[in-house]
Ligand binder design. Structure first.
Ligand SMILES: *Cc1c(COP(=O)(O)O)cnc(C)c1O
Length: 395
C-alpha cells in the first residue's frame, strides 16, 4: 500500500468517522480504574448516557463489540430452551437469531424479504396464539444496517400490549442510537442494545444494555450462565463508580467527549441532520435510476442507504474501484445481498460537504465502472441540501 493524499472517506455504516475531539480524548494517559478520578468520570457517564437512550433505567457498559451486548441481553434474562420471537429484517436480525440458537434458546424467526421492516400485526398474531405465555422475549433490530430499513418500535410495543402478552421487548439500536430518534422508556423497551462505533462516533469496543425494572426482575430467575455479562455485578460495582473488571478506560474518555458533543449539538438537531442526509442521498439514488433496497418510504433509514446495482453489474468490483481511486470505503452487501448491493453510511460525525464528496465518489465510480445509471444525482442531492438549509435559514 502506498500513501494517498487527503483523508480517507470511511462511508461504511459503522465503524464511522471518529472526530478529532474524540481521538484526542482517547489519547490521554490511562488512569487507575479504581481511583477517585475514574470514579468521578464514571458517575457522570452513567447518568448522562441515559439521556441518549431517553431512559431513566440503568445503562450497563461493556468492553465489547455490539455482538457482546446482544449476548448479554439474552443470557441475563432467559433460560435454556426458552422460546423467543425474532423478526427477519436482514442480516443483523439473522445473526442475532443464530446467536440465540447457539445459546440454547428456541427462537421463532418471522420470515421477511429484507426489503421491508417489521409488520407488527404478525408479532401480535404469534403472541395472541401463545396463550401459555411460553414466549419470553420479542427481539427486534430497530435499524437493520444490512438493508437500510428502520422498523417502527412503538408499533411493536402496541402489538405486544394488544396481545396482552408479558414477553420482554428487546431492541437492537446499535446503528440507530444517536442517529435516529430512539425512546427506550416511551416505547416500553426492556433491554436496549447499543454499540460505540456507529452514531456515538467512537471506535469499536464499547457496547451497552439499557435495562428496565422488568428485565432486571427476570434476571434473578434466568438460568443461562452469565459471568462476564452479569448485569447485577456491574450495576453493583457502578454504585461506587467502578466496574467488576478492567473497563476500556480510554474508550470511556472518548464516550465522555461524545456525550458532550451530542449535548452541544442537541439530540434533536442530530436526528434532523441525519434525516437531511438520508433524504439527499435518496434523491441522488433516484436520479441515478438505481433501486433502494428498502421498499417502504416510512421505513427509510436516516443512518445509511442500501442500493441495488442493476442485474449483471458487480457491486463489489464497483466498491473496490471507488476505494482504489477515491480512497473511499463503501459498505458491502451482507448475507444474501452479497455482491448485489452497496451501502452508503451517512451516520455519526458527518456534514453536508462530506456527504457531497461521498456522493461525488459514488457517481464518478458508477460512470467509470460502466454501471448503467443517469448522471445528475449529485446535483439533485445538492439541491435537496440547499432547499433544507434555506428552510432553516428562514430565507
Ligand atoms: C454493527 C451492528 C451489529 C454488530 O455489532 P458488532 O459491534 O459488529 O458486534 C449488530 N446489529 C446492528 C444493527 C449493527 O449495525
Amino acid at each position: 500500500m502506498s500513501y494517498s493524499g487527503g483523508r480517507h472517506f470511511l462511508q461504511i455504516p459503522g465503524p464511522t468517522n471518529v472526530p478529532d475531539r474524540i481521538l484526542r480524548a482517547i489519547c490521554a494517559p490511562t488512569i487507575d480504574h479504581r481511583g477517585p478520578e475514574f470514579a468521578e468520570m464514571t458517575n457522570g457517564l452513567l447518568v448522562d448516557i441515559r439521556t441518549i437512550f431517553k431512559t431513566r433505567d440503568p445503562v450497563v457498559i461493556y468492553p465489547a463489540s455490539g455482538t457482546g451486548a446482544w449476548e448479554a441481553a439474552l443470557v441475563n434474562t432467559l433460560s435454556p430452551g426458552d422460546r423467543v420471537l425474532m423478526y427477519e429484517t436482514g442480516q443483523f436480525a439473522t445473526l442475532w437469531k443464530d446467536l440465540a440458537v447457539r445459546l440454547g434458546l428456541n427462537p421463532e424467526f418471522i420470515s421477511g424479504d429484507w426489503r421491508h421492516g417489521v409488520d407488527a400485526s404478525r408479532i401480535e398474531a404469534v403472541l395472541a396464539d401463545d396463550t401459555a405465555n411460553e414466549i419470553k422475549a420479542v427481539c427486534i433490530v430497530h435499524n437493520d444496517t444490512a438493508t437500510g430499513i428502520t422498523s417502527n418500535i412503538a408499533a411493536v410495543r402496541q402489538a405486544i400490549d394488544r396481545a396482552g402478552h408479558p414477553a420482554l421487548l428487546m431492541v437492537d439500536a446499535i446503528s440507530s442510537l444517536a442517529s435516529i430518534d430512539y425512546r427506550h422508556d416511551e416505547w416500553g423497551v426492556d433491554v436496549t442494545i447499543a454499540g460505540s462505533q456507529k452514531g456515538l462516533m467512537l471506535p469499536p469496543g464499547l457496547s451497552f444494555n439499557a435495562v428496565s425494572d422488568k428485565a432486571m426482575a427476570t434476571h434473578a430467575s434466568a438460568r443461562l450462565p452469565s459471568s462476564y455479562w452479569d448485569w447485577q455485578a456491574i450495576i453493583s460495582a457502578n454504585e461506587a463508580g467502578s466496574f467488576p473488571y478492567t473497563p476500556a478506560t480510554n474508550l470511556l474518555f472518548g464516550l465522555r467527549e461524545a456525550l458532550d458533543m451530542l449535548n452541544e449539538e442537541g439530540l434533536g438537531n442530530v436526528f434532523v441532520r441525519h434525516d437531511r442526509h438520508g433524504e439527499a442521498t435518496r434523491s441522488a439514488v433516484r436520479h441515478w435510476g438505481l433501486e433502494l433496497v428498502c421498499e417502504t418510504p416510512e421505513e427509510y433509514s436516516s443512518a445509511l442507504t442500501a442500493i441495488l446495482v442493476p442485474e449483471g453489474s458487480d457491486a463489489d468490483g464497483f466498491r473496490k474501484f471507488v476505494l482504489d481511486h477515491f480512497n473511499m470505503s463503501l459498505g458491502s452487501g451482507l448475507g444474501k445481498l452479497s455482491g448485489k448491493i452497496f451501502r452508503i453510511g451517512h451516520l455519526g460525525d458527518f456534514n453536508d460537504l462530506m456527504l457531497a464528496a461521498t456522493l461525488c465518489g459514488v457517481e464518478m465510480g458508477l460512470g467509470l465502472t460502466g454501471i448503467p445509471h443517469s448522471t445528475g444525482g449529485v446535483t439533485a442531492a445538492l439541491g435537496c441540501l440547499s432547499a433544507s438549509s434555506r428552510e432553516t435559514a428562514g430565507a
